[in-house]
Each structure stands twice: as structure tokens, then as C-alpha cells.
Design a protein around this ligand. Structure first.
Ligand code: NAI
Length: 241
């Protein structure tokens, strides 16, 4: 993996950057010389990251956020679609809202930011897009019919974008994290944690930095021949799926 510091000062926008994986991605990209903007529901972001409150599910809000970034820093050259939510529930009890909220944020939210970022990227003939999916996209997961559907959908989305925009110097890749220690997994009970951990060959939960370093590799200027890839960062949990 390339750990070189990026000195070009490229503009990188990360969604869901207020905490967890997105915050780590923001911090890592700042350390590597990118000018980073973090979108989130709360409008918070770690030090060095320009924070904007924006609901990614709302295309009008996304357009306004991008317009502000373009005015203050220039066009977005690196996009990390990381914002995601869970509304876990067994299929037979899953309500319409549980389904639609997760689709709106995880799938439509990614579509909204990728679509908005694409035109300036095409114009610049350069772009790096990374979408944060999940190991459950291909493994499936009890209680996560809604969530796993969105995470699988993101793979089809990213690969279609990779095919459409590959000729314009734009790459679009997917990272499929496994079981990462964040607020999202903090809510799991002890029994579920033990069950998940038993499925991880490296025998530990992942750390947010594990994902952030993989993102930094894929968005590097020198990673231009990697596109449409689904990179598992899961301690081996999803092998074979
Ligand atoms: P988190 O719950 O700690 O943080 C989620 C972030 O998304 C927050 O910054 C929140 O403000 C933002 N967000 C939520 N809804 C939003 C909206 N409508 N508009 C804008 N921002 C919104 O989650 P975590 O664990 O850091 O996960 C980040 C991504 O990684 C998610 O897409 C998640 O599905 C994925 N992932 C996480 C795994 C884990 O084990 N933690 C495993 C696999 C994938």
C-alpha cells in the first residue's frame, strides 16, 4: 500500500464523517495532504476537516453542499460515499419505514453524491470514488434484509459508474468492511459479538484505521488502474462469498 503523502492538495469529500469510519477516513486523508470536507447529519467533523451538515438522502441539500465546496475550495476530486444507517429487524416484522429509510440513506444517498460529483470530475478528466459497502452485501445477514440489500446494490452502482466513467480518468471502487469497532457495532449484544468474532479468521474486530488506510490507497493518484474492484477489509470474514 502506498503511504506516500499526497502533496497535490486534492479536494476530498467524505459523507458520514462525523464519527466512526468516516471520521477516520477524513483524518487519514487530511494527514496525507488532501483538503477534506465532511458531510454528516450532525454537521460535526474531526479536526482539519471542513464540516457541513447535509442529509445525503436529499438531492437539493447535496447540491447545495457541493456548490458551497466548489465556491470555497474548488470541485470535488475524491469522493467517499460512507454515510450509512441500520434499522435491523427480522423480515416479517420489518416496517415500510425501516425499509425505506435505509434505502434512502445508504443507496439513494450514495447515488445523490456520486451523480453530483460526476460532472466536474468528467470535466477535469480525473476522479476517485470509493463506496463503503459491507461484508453482508454478499454474505447476507439475519435481521438486515434492508441494510444488506443496499450494500449489495452499492456494488452494482459502483461497477456501473466504473464502466461509464472509466474512460474519463475516473475510478469507482467498493470497500466491504467486516466487523469494525464503531458506534454502529457498539449496540450489538455480547452474544452477537462473540458469534461475529468466531467468523473472523484474524480473530479480532477491525479498527476504523483499517478501512481508512484502504480508502487512502484506492483514492491515490497512482491507483488509476484499479476500478470496479470490491476490496474486502474484513479480517477474512467474508472469504468465499
Ligand atoms: P456510524 O453510525 O458510526 O456513523 C455513520 C455516519 O453516517 C455518521 O457520521 C452520520 O452522521 C452519517 N449519516 C447517517 N445518516 C446520514 C444522512 N442521512 N446524511 C448524512 N450523513 C448521515 O457508522 P460507521 O460504523 O462508522 O459506518 C460507516 C459506514 O461503514 C456505513 O456505511 C456502514 O454501513 C459501513 N459499515 C460499517 C461496519 C461496521 O462494522 N461498523 C461494517 C460494514 C460496513
Amino acid at each position: 500500500m502506498n503511504n506516500a503523502t499526497n502533496t497535490s492538495g486534492r479536494v476530498a469529500l467524505v459523507t458520514g464523517a462525523s464519527r466512526g469510519i468516516g471520521a477516520a477516513i477524513g483524518t487519514t486523508l487530511v494527514e496525507r495532504g488532501y483538503r477534506v470536507i465532511g458531510l454528516s447529519s450532525s454537521g460535526k467533523a474531526p479536526g482539519g476537516v471542513m464540516a457541513l451538515a447535509c442529509d445525503v438522502a436529499d438531492p437539493v441539500a447535496v447540491d447545495a453542499a457541493f456548490a458551497r465546496v466548489e465556491k470555497e475550495l474548488g470541485p470535488v476530486e475524491v469522493l467517499v460515499a460512507n454515510a450509512g444507517i441500520t434499522r435491523d429487524c427480522l423480515l416479517m416484522r420489518m416496517g415500510d419505514e425501516d425499509w425505506s429509510q435505509v434505502l434512502d440513506v445508504n443507496l439513494t444517498g450514495a447515488f445523490n453524491v456520486i451523480r453530483r460529483a460526476s460532472r466536474p470530475m468528467v470535466k477535469a478528466r480525473f476522479g476517485r470514488i470509493v463506496v463503503i459497502s459491507s461484508v453482508v452485501a454478499t454474505m447476507g445477514s439475519i435481521g438486515q434484509v434492508n441494510y444488506a440489500s443496499t450494500k449489495a446494490g452499492l456494488i452494482g452502482m459502483a461497477r456501473s459508474v466504473a464502466r461509464e466513467l472509466g474512460g474519463r480518468g475516473i475510478t469507482c471502487n467498493v470497500i466491504a468492511p467486516g466487523f469494525i469497532a464503531t458506534d454502529m457495532t457498539e449496540i450489538l449484544d455480547e452474544k452477537m459479538r462473540t458469534e461475529y468474532l468466531a467468523k473472523v479468521p484474524v480473530g479480532r474486530m477491525g479498527e476504523v484505521g483499517d478501512i481508512a488506510r484502504a480508502v487512502a490507497f484506492l483514492v491515490d493518484d497512482e491507483s488509476g488502474y484499479i476500478t470496479g474492484a470490491v476490496l474486502p477489509v474484513d479480517g477474512g470474514m467474508g472469504m468465499g462469498d
